[in-house]
Design a protein around this ligand. Sequence first.
Ligand code: SF4
Ligand code: SF4
Length: 383
Amino acid sequence: MPQSLTPASDNPVTRSLSPGIDRRSFFKAVLQIAASVGLSAVVANQMAEAAVRGKKPVVIWLHFQDCTGCTESLLRTTQPGLAELVLDLISLDYHETIMAAAGHQAEQALQASMKANAGKYILVVEGSIPTANNGNFIRIAGKTGVNMLKEVAEHAGLVIAVGSCASWGGLPSAEPNPTGAVGAHEILKGTKVINLPGCPANPNIFLATALQYATLGTLPELDSDNRPKFAYGRLIHDHCPRRAHFDAGRFAQQFGDEGHRLGYCLYKLGCKGPATHANCSTNHFCEVVDAWPIGIGAPCFGCTEKKLAFRMPMFQTVDIDRPRPPEFYPSMTAKYSSVSAVATGVVGVIAGAAAAGAFKLSKKVNDKPESEPASDKPSDGGK
Ligand code: SF4
Ligand code: SF4
């Protein structure tokens, strides 16, 4: 039997969940997490060694107005042992959804962890914070969400907002926003809050950020919205497997049509990929190939952008700033029998042989399937 890395614990969260995984699987999984977000193998080894030595980031995870989807994406992994890995990599001291303790016992666990790890623990916020009605849309242990967040954040070493709700309000903040939902940074003015938007956020981005902070004491480089550039530095559109169809002008016109079934570009169905910074196209969810919206035929709805998801209508197309391919390409086809006997005579035997080769090639290019769906360009093409 492989030796478990998870010691017997009286941690109120882990005692209900993890049997532990063997050392080899543990290092392999850390390497995968690091690689998936662009960190080197050296950094991955440092992270894993630190975790083995017991230097795990202590995490206090608070829920506010959320669907728990961000937690689910962290735990509902299909690779065997990854759920356990999560619990081996971090010390999850308080998490309302999965902890065994409840009521006063849970409150005691929270207070004890805050006291023991003051200035060092990572506070993870999931869900938006209601501000309307004096914040009374949420009360936890008798405190409003606003007060609870401020209290726990005051002694945290790092605050991470996981998901679009915690980053900038997300779904609960959609018009007319009855609860006055806002992101964590709007409550914690003056405190640095790392935003990991996504609906849900990709768990590998959270793990990589938390482990880098805990083991190296540094933060990843951030963009102007405090999102790590390693994960949010590129547009979906620039790394989309359907990009070739966009460039060639092949678009699904409606759900279920032939172009949609053939995997054509989803721009005309409202895909926000050209304006969305995220790494979903290269970092799929739950280790399932193609488990991301565009991978299963749904347009990207821009969940990592505060001005897109839950703000812009689902099927409205976004502007594209980058240069587009031309409206028309020169034809790739050549006419049959275009190489005349006179021409071959002029250019000689060698050129004639080359022309004959070109003829064969052109014939191949022209051997298209009989029923090819019509290609098209974006309706606002030429912008
Ligand atoms: Fe749920 Fe999305 Fe909010 Fe995460 S960001 S809690 S998945 S609604
Ligand atoms: Fe991919 Fe959307 Fe860009 Fe089309 S518009 S290439 S589906 S990101």
